[in-house]
Design a binder for this molecule. Sequence first.
Ligand code: FAD
Length: 340
Amino acid sequence: METILFLSPAEAGSPLSKNALEALATTKQLADALGTTFSVGLWGDDPKVAADGIASCGATKILAVTGAEFAQPRYATDAAAAEALARTDGATIVIGPSGSRWNRILAGVAHRLGGRADSHVTGLSAVEGSPVIARWYYRQRMESLQTRTQRPWLLAVESGIAPAWQGTPGAATVEAVACTPPAARSKVAGIEAQAADLQTIRPDANLLFVTGAGWTKKQPDGQVKVEQAQKLILGFLGLSRASLGSTKSLVDLHGEGQATLTFLTHMNQVGQTGSTPRHAKGLATCCHGEEPHTVGWRFIGERRAISLDANCGWARGKADVLYVADAFAVVEKVNELLAK
Ligand SMILES: Cc1cc2nc3c(=O)[nH]c(=O)nc-3n(C[C@H](O)[C@H](O)[C@H](O)COP(=O)(O)OP(=O)(O)OC[C@H]3O[C@@H](n4cnc5c(N)ncnc54)[C@H](O)[C@@H]3O)c2cc1C
């Protein structure tokens, strides 16, 4: 019979991240579908608060590798902790949240355990009593369902595919697992992060706001209004706290030396050669392309678009609601209303 282990790093004094709680919910769903149990493994300098936060999740046990050496994100110590937890538990399926820490060690830990690994898992189910994973291919155009015979099977579960697990916190009983920290060559000296307002990519935002090249094109009055576009878009992001996506054409303008929106980088690009984010809602503005509409929006729940082009086949075909309107006028009005 399959047994399942949910693994995650835990930050001292903090509950598990939303990403980890989503993967926990997925783990629980799979255990129910297979009619089996699951346990939890955590590591960090003090995973107690994280363990207490999920005390009522239904895990048969909560294991933890604890120590200051395991606090920092680092291959050697993260891999050692995950390996020790997986060996102690002996589960046939090991599930963790996609993120820099679990993704980095996934293949190495699978190799040490003599198992196999799959990343970018977007669904877990049971078919005739066996676990089946879902993954997307060809830039999220085709979904594949896969099984494996090798065990243990280590999986990295994508964020946004299930609601985060919610439940009453309690006093968890945590079983300590011994792990001698390996010699570590690297150490985290500090974190340099952009100021919150400059960080336009917000995976947790409810809304994805997609900008297209139309913002920088000559407008019906014959004028190019890049500065006004910049002001309106930043104003909207500040007021709505939406995440900013962009078409390829718009982010490419920068490299071609044309006037463009200075806060956009290729990190904002959605689509076939960009990202396929998961947000509850999406609003595309001044955007005509196939890739942003069909691929970039693949996992957006409710989609709306503002375009001057009433015949834009992609906006008409892929948006739930299309406003045939001037995005400059619409966003200006929306900002005015949001500011109130
Ligand atoms: C191999 C390959 C991979 C690609 N990968 C990607 C990808 O990952 N992501 C991606 O985005 N593209 C990708 N592309 C490019 C893609 O095919 C399109 O060319 C591109 O997305 C078009 O960008 P756009 O919609 O911003 O610009 P445009 O096609 O120039 O459309 C601008 C639109 O803005 C409208 N507009 C102008 N002013 C206003 C206004 N005031 N109010 C409202 N609407 C207005 C216009 O009517 C027009 O419809 C790829 C192409 C290839 C060949």
